[in-house]
Design a protein around this ligand. Sequence first.
Ligand code: AMP
Ligand code: MG
Length: 338
Amino acid sequence: MSQRWTGEHIPEFIEPLRVKPGSKVTLAKDFDPGYKAGFLKKADGEELLQFGTGLLAEYQDRLAAQDTWGMLVCLQALDAGGKDGTIRHVMSGVNPQGVHVSGFKVPSAEELDHDYLWRYAQRLPARGDIGIFNRSHYEEVLVVRVHPEILERQQLPPSTRGEGIWKRRYREINEWERFQVENGFKVVKLFLNLSKEEQRKRFLKRVDLPEKNWKFSKNDAKERRYWDDYQHAFSEMLSHTSTEWAPWYVIPADHKWFARICVSAILAHTLMEIDPHYPSVDEAKLRDLAETKVLLEAEAPDGAAPDPFQADIVAKAEKEEARKERKRARKAKKSGKA
Ligand code: AMP
Ligand code: MG
């Protein structure tokens, strides 16, 4: 695949990854962890990744300047799905001041003493910011669903623990996200979809390479025993919580480079939908700027241009015009000879 990427290509590229609201998802049947959208190898996707990260940097700058909207990115995956690496690569060009990454692990005693969304609410992004949840409130319908003993620890009133708890949590989460979106915070949800065999390979890499050992816990390997339960919990989550206002995207994660392309394209797409603008300045401010310019120009030392910045722009434009003129002259000479 070879083409020049523009913003117009993005919706079509990410469409197959989006979970249609209301659709019933069976992960194994509906999404292939090895999908590559026709790209053969990493080098084919390099241009698109650069394009996506570049767009992201530009739009994040505008998002911060406008200070009206925020964006929450929820990243979910099984162990070794590539969450950390994806964040590192995709956000590489973005101003770190505007991005906050929050990881969520086993909840503390204080966290367990509150409602299950409490700790996530405390980490929501401010206007102008991008908040990334490395694991998110969705753990509350994933690991907690797969391991009922975790639910036991949540100290819920007995009347709320019954059969209907998961449907109720899906509804509550959907409503909570709707509240965020309606108040100016876009919610983007990304599930890095890894195959069981690729997870096995990545675990072995963590065992084999000393510098990766710290990333591996015996518990991760044990958790593989619950693979089917997790696939079911993810399928249910995707079926019930992909909404018009906060859709899920299933990212094929067996090829890390492809997953990164997808994530950067989806985040860029979401920011393009917000379409943040630099604030425009009013008449009074323009007058202030003009006055300041006069004062600063008057301070130019001997021999210096009054406004070196503007002088530079003018010089560059003149150089470019001269280059074009020479080109026109060469062309004219050539056609005169012919
Ligand atoms: P890691 O992200 O690899 O450092 O692991 C964090 C661990 O915390 C994982 O095993 C998660 O399943 C677990 N965890 C995250 N959120 C919750 C939660 N709400 N309840 C229980 N365990 C959780
Ligand atoms: Mg882990």
